[in-house]
Write a protein that binds this ligand. Structure first.
Ligand code: ARG
Length: 526
């Protein structure tokens, strides 16, 4: 489906980039919609099922972060040590579980610990020389659940050290190189397990690509490295910088910018940087070894980095530095044959966020379909059934209340494109006195395909939501692409999501905040 320039019948040169369709799902009558993130994830047919990240998470800023839930962080672990009897424990690092018995973490998390040459078990050595066995707890978001019966002991482990000279190094000024380690556990820990980026292709590459980091680290730069709280070990028997798991939204920062701001020695062969020019959102002490993730096309996390080092926490322009996991794939695979690697490129910056926003908006608008109506016409005559490839149509949309119209085309691959407003002159305003007519051109994008289906979704948003600003502003550079120009789009999307999610939380109770949605499933035939 293509947008036509109003009043013409030529195919728009400014076409949407539409991914090749793979399988058809015939659906040619108007349907009610209440597509949720999870349904769409199921529909896209991704192998990795996960819980969709809630909309508000795009708006929240560990330092400048927000508490989160373990289900959004498959395989998350806290790494620490406990007394021999299990009476007390502390956690000072993160990591991810790769299978029932293996944790991936940062090598520097083993500083101050030692491996028993006979048993091979790791222990942290405390100030008074006492040895505390190292432990992990997994898939938990609250260390009040810390339980000596559940924590797994680290019975073996390996810091990277390769014949090619890649050995873990820490500089006196705390820069880290090859900051990666694998730990073996004494018991099976249940999944889910984390998936890792297995190639540079699967890593973020464009500045501004949205990333998330999580951990039990400090939530303020000058926060306490340890605070004691109650757990299943007893009253004030567990300690960590933070009792509950937090995550932060970050932007990918390319090597050159990161090297300039943090350290010239930063390289793409071992590091990946993430943070904000304006600061405020960051990982911090205690988050080390924990995951930095992209979301894949299904909205499921893929670990691209392990928290390694930074300058302070959350300072403007001081990006966090993470170990680039994809570059250690061979080393990991040689030791963990069932580790799961992802090699497909993540969706373009903003695309995933856009999908989530649309899904959330649809959720909020579900049930109010009767407020919206639409009709596909050809030469002013109503069209029912299949659309003919190579034909121009006009879609008329009416709304019983005033707001801004947004129309999204979801193609067979689950890719979302904004259909309206799209051109500079597209006026999103709609209401009882103002219907909107959208010229469309039916075309089959996949070479050789005989038919193509998709869904056009209509949403009327409150007037205060400026769809154009969120989705079109970055395109002023000329591409008109929905994939926003990354530089400022992360912040922009983040700000707008915050506003929209606040509106959605109002439950659309008064007229001004009304939201409605409806969808039209189309099939184009040759
Ligand atoms: N080295 C720290 C740790 O051991 C992680 C610091 C990350 N700092 C940052 N500003 N992102 O937990």
């Amino acid at each position: 489906m293509k947008r036509l320039i109003a009043g013409t019948s030529i195919i728009s040169a400014l076409s949407f980039a539409v991914l090749a369709a793979s399988q058809a799902h015939a659906q040619d009558t108007p349907t009610e919609t209440s597509a949720t993130g999870s349904e769409i994830i199921g529909e896209i047919g991704g192998s990795a099922q996960c819980k969709p990240r809630p909309l508000r998470d795009y708006a929240e800023k560990m330092v400048g972060g927000d508490v989160t839930t373990a289900e959004l962080w498959p395989g998350i672990v806290a790494l620490g040590a406990q007394t021999e009897t299990g009476s007390h424990a502390y956690y000072n690092c993160g990591g991810v579980l790769l299978n029932a018995r293996t944790v991936l973490t940062a090598a520097h998390c083993l500083n101050g610990s030692e491996q028993d040459p006979n048993t091979r078990a790791w222990s942290a050595v405390s100030n008074d020389g006492a040895k505390w066995p190292m432990i992990v707890i997994s898939n938990s978001d609250d260390l009040a659940n810390d339980d000596p019966e559940v924590a797994a002991r680290v019975i073996d482990g390996e810091v990277i050290s390769e014949p090619d000279g890649r050995a873990y190094r820490v500089d006196p000024d705390a820069r880290q190189f090859n900051d990666i380690a694998l730990l073996k556990l004494d018991r099976d820990l249940p999944g889910p397990y984390a998936r890792l980026s297995g190639s540079l292709d699967a890593d973020p590459a464009i500045e501004g690509h949205l990333l998330w980091a999580a951990g039990f680290g400090k939530t303020e730069e000058h926060g306490k490295a340890f605070s004691w709280f109650s757990s299943r070990r007893g009253e004030f028997r567990t300690s960590a910088p933070a009792q509950v798991l937090s995550d932060a939204i970050l932007q990918f920062k390319p090597r050159n910018q990161c090297a300039q701001s943090i350290d010239p020695s930063i390289s793409d062969t071992m590091h990946i940087c993430a943070g904000w020019d304006e600061g405020g959102h960051d990982s911090c002490q205690g988050d080390s070894g924990g995951p930095l993730t992209v979301l894949d096309g299904d909205g499921c996390p893929v670990v691209v980095g392990l928290t390694s080092f930074g300058i302070g926490c959350g300072q403007p322009g001081k990006y966090g530095v993470y170990t680039r996991v994809s570059q250690y794939r061979d080393w990991i695979e040689a030791r963990v044959s069932d580790a799961k690697f992802v090699t497909a490129a993540p969706p373009a910056a903003g695309q995933e966020a856009f999908k989530r926003m649309v899904d959330a908006v649809l959720d909020a608008g579900a049930g109010s379909q009767n407020q919206l109506s639409f009709q596909m016409t050809q030469n002013d005559r109503p069209v029912d059934g299949d659309l003919k490839a190579g034909t121009s149509y006009e879609l008329q949309v009416r709304s019983a209340f005033e707001g801004n119209l947004m129309v999204v085309d979801q193609n067979e691959s689950g890719f979302y494109d904004l259909v309206y407003p799209y051109f500079e002159y597209d006026d999103a305003a709609i209401g009882p006195d103002k219907s909107v007519a959208i010229p469309l051109y039916a075309q089959i994008n996949q070479a050789g395909a005989l038919r193509e289906s998709g869904d056009l979704t209509f949403v009327v948003l409150p007037k205060s939501v400026n769809i154009r600003e969120v989705f079109l502003a970055p395109a002023k550079t000329g591409t008109k692409s929905l994939r926003p120009k990354p530089a400022d789009s992360g912040q922009q999307l983040s700000d707008e999501f915050k506003r929209i999610s606040t509106l959605l939380d109002l439950e659309t109770s008064n007229g001004d905040d009304q939201i409605a949605s409806s969808a039209f499933g189309y099939t184009i035939v040759r």
